[in-house]
Ligand binder design. Structure first.
Ligand SMILES: C[S@@+](CC[C@H](N)C(=O)[O-])C[C@H]1O[C@@H](n2cnc3c(N)ncnc32)[C@H](O)[C@@H]1O
Length: 230
């Protein structure tokens, strides 16, 4: 039954937004956390990278919903989306309980589900899973391999988002993007048990008033910044 509603949502998305989003519209068939206008903003950012073979990193891939949206934007210029996730349902205290419950209901491991979703979308050539926590993967990352776009959607605690930003943003090319999901600049007290505060605090502290970063796109809780200079 769930599959039926997912297909209906996909068709509605195509009818509203057009056939140019046909491939990325598969994100509707995958469980995850992304709204339509956030998906379009991520896809457009990926597609707007004009150079050949860009490098994109996603921190927090879960079952591949946002990965499909981003990787489908690479079709023309190829390149690679590196998906960093422990694929074990780990996360900040609030999210981990939900992740483990959802992961246990899958009937296969998270990494298998992720790979299946990417393969069903015909995007395996453009996506590489990098199992592990972002800080571990960053330590092993080749320092000379710079990034054109990083999407930060892993551990949403303030400390973790800050570490992801400070670890990875120095290797983002000038002109490249950093995107944050679940970014709320002001979380009302009565909603603080439901909404994440980490990304919003980091965006306010390090990017909004910083000439190095320009806010180029915003959709719901998704913020995308472009690097102006080193
Ligand atoms: C909100 S989900 C990602 C949702 C996904 N982007 C989508 O569109 O459905 C967060 C994911 O980040 C992973 N995660 C948690 N801590 C992480 C870390 N330190 N590094 C990388 N991934 C992490 C979680 O296991 C989970 O799969």
């Amino acid at each position: 039954m769930k599959r039926y509603w997912q297909h209906k949502a996909r068709l509605r998305f195509i009818a509203k937004n057009g056939m140019r989003y046909f491939l990325m519209s598969r994100f509707h068939l995958i469980d995850g956390f992304l709204m339509d206008d956030e998906a379009i903003a991520l896809h457009e950012a990926s597609k707007s990278i004009v150079k050949k073979n860009p490098t994109i990193v996603e921190i927090g891939s879960w079952q591949g919903k946002s990965s499909i949206v981003i990787a489908s934007g690479l079709k023309k210029n190829q390149g690679k989306l590196y998906c960093v996730d422990p694929f074990n349902g780990a996360g900040d205290a609030r999210s981990a309980v939900r992740y483990s419950k959802d992961a246990a209901a899958l009937g296969r491991s998270l990494i298998e589900q992720f790979q299946k979703n990417i393969s069903d979308a015909g995007l395996s050539d453009l996506v590489e899973a990098m199992p592990g926590f972002s800080s571990e993967v960053r330590k092993k990352w080749n320092e000379t391999k710079h990034i054109d776009f990083i999407f930060i959607d892993g551990d949403h605690s303030y400390e973790a988002v800050k570490k992801d930003f400070l670890d990875w943003s120095p290797i983002v090319n000038v002109g490249g993007y950093v995107a944050f999901h679940d970014t709320y600049l002001n979380v009302p007290k009565d909603k603080s048990d439901r909404l994440h505060t980490g990304p919003g605090l980091v965006v306010k502290e390090f990017l909004l008033e910083n000439s190095k970063w320009k806010l180029v796109s915003r959709a719901n809780s998704l913020f995308i910044f472009q690097k102006n200079h080193e």
